[in-house]
Design a protein around this ligand. Structure first.
Ligand SMILES: Cc1cc2nc3c(=O)[nH]c(=O)nc-3n(C[C@H](O)[C@H](O)[C@H](O)COP(=O)(O)OP(=O)(O)OC[C@H]3O[C@@H](n4cnc5c(N)ncnc54)[C@H](O)[C@@H]3O)c2cc1C
Length: 434
């Protein structure tokens, strides 16, 4: 039975989080609003303010809760993590304050799953403690979302792997202590066995950040935090491979499932905040002699936003529940895959729709940078591209569903009423006789 309720002790934790995020993390957003500030280890003022907050989160036992118990975490399961992430979605700094910021969460997960004891000690420990940040370097400028055409390669030379090629949109590379780089090691192998993952310390000679690309919502176009990187014969010792040779795809996949749910639920949290703003404005401003909220088209926007958000929230929670069912052995491995795809696709459109409506109800104030809505709205397409473009996920989802049906046997679809009526009358020829 699907059940999203939590025990009172956990609800008390959620209540504490909610209060803390509103009072402390939203304050961090106001004090340190620069894009990417939360990842910058050199931002000493922000770090000074951040540390005591992180310590408080640790004292509450709420630090880095995304890891399962076998990986050293509390093992809350995805439904509880989803509810926590919904709260974290309210503030840009919240994931950093709670030790659950992407891409570090996913990177920590795969280090914990596939790392050697040495890799865990050197990278996972400091990453989990919030001492360092990391980068996931997969997308290529010419390859985009199509790994079939990835060219960045790694070749074995004695006891070292030599990495050569370019990567694109390697977020946070300029702040990171290490990069997780996926590179072609076995060019003739099938796609899923062609690449391997490497842990590359950022001080390794040959790593060249060509540019730090800025995106919508960034302050400075020349100082973004999505790196175009050139790997110029970058040498790492043989033991810097993460997972098995040819297993890069498997490693990369392992970081996406849970992460997508957390992302989706943080989006719900942000939309909740946009909805609150929308409702407050609707009962605060009058035009043409009545409150905004008394105008029917404003009411329509509110109703549509509430419904879309509720539908999306339930989809994400159901998906989280399915992942927990797989973990508990009550559902087949892979069963939630389609639902994870649905969450990924719906996330960007629900976000754009709810934030867009909130912005519209605020008029010129909404589009101004005096409110957070315009910046949020500018970021909505990022959600549609990060972790693969919406279109690719839609296409994958449709193909999965297209495997189910058999082609109709006759000229007409199997639900063709005249054909079905004829068949029904053949079975019961006297049924309509009076
Ligand atoms: C904010 C942000 C952060 C990111 N962070 C990282 C990171 O840390 N590390 C990293 O490696 N990458 C990162 N990325 C890159 C991201 O994974 C890519 O943007 C994504 O995979 C799409 O690749 P592309 O941008 O080259 O678009 P393309 O692959 O060129 O796609 C462009 C368009 O083509 C169409 N299309 C492409 N493929 C398909 C398909 N299979 N089916 C149907 N239509 C398709 C879609 O309309 C799509 O929007 C980030 C991206 C963003 C926006």
């Amino acid at each position: 039975m699907i059940d999203f309720s939590v025990e009172p002790e956990f609800q008390a934790k959620l209540d504490w989080m909610d209060q803390f995020v509103r009072t402390e993390c939203e304050t961090m957003d106001l004090l340190f609003p620069e894009q990417g500030a939360q990842f910058d280890p050199g931002y000493t003022a922000a770090k000074r303010h951040l540390k005591p907050l992180q310590e408080e989160v640790k004292r509450q036992g709420l630090w880095a809760c995304h890891l399962g118990p076998h990986l050293g975490g509390p093992g809350y399961g995805q439904v509880k993590l989803a509810l926590m992430n919904e709260i974290l979605g309210r503030a840009q700094w919240a994931p950093t304050v709670f030790g659950t910021a992407a891409p570090d969460t996913g990177n920590a997960e795969i280090l914990a799953l596939f790392g050697t004891p040495e890799q865990k000690q050197r990278y996972l420990g400091p990453l989990m403690d919030g001492e360092i940040v990391s980068c996931f370097s997969m997308t290529e400028p010419q390859g985009g979302s199509d790994p079939d055409v990835f060219t960045c390669s790694a070749t074995l030379d004695g006891d070292e792997w030599v990495i050569e090629g370019e990567k694109w949109f390697s977020s946070n590379a300029k702040f990171a202590s290490f990069l997780l780089v996926i590179a072609v090691t076995d060019a003739d192998a099938p796609l899923t066995e062609r690449m391997s993952m490497f842990v590359v310390p950022t001080e390794t000679p040959g790593i060249e950040i060509v540019r730090n690309v800025a995106i919508a919502g960034d302050f400075d176009p020349e100082n973004g935090h999505h790196a175009h990187i050139r790997y110029n014969k970058v040498r790492v010792p043989r033991d810097h491979m993460l997972g098995e040779r040819g297993g890069g795809f498997k490693v990369a996949q392992a970081r996406l499932g849970g992460g997508r749910i957390h992302h989706a639920m943080r989006t719900v949290g942000m939309c909740n905040r946009a909805l609150d703003m929308m409702l407050e404005r609707a009962v605060s401003r009058t035009t043409k002699g009545k409150m905004l909220g008394e105008h029917q088209m404003v009411q329509e926007k509110i109703a549509d936003a509430v419904i879309e958000l509720e539908q999306f929230r339930l989809l994400v929670l159901k998906t989280a529940w399915m992942i927990d069912e797989v973990e508990a052995g009550r559902m087949k491995h892979g069963a939630p895959r389609k639902h994870i795809g649905m969450c990924k696709v719906a996330m960007a459109s629900v976000y754009a729709s709810v934030v867009g409506k909130a912005l519209e109800i605020h008029g010129s104030l909404g589009i101004s940078l005096d409110m957070p809505l315009a910046k949020w709205y500018g970021g909505h397409m990022s959600l549609a591209f990060a972790d693969g473009p919406t279109d690719a996920h839609k296409s994958q989802l449709a193909r999965a569903y297209l495997k189910r049906p058999k082609p109709a046997e006759g000229m007409f679809p199997s639900e063709h009423i005249p054909t079905r009526t004829a068949a029904a009358l053949a079975r019961y020829p006297h049924a309509r006789e009076s």
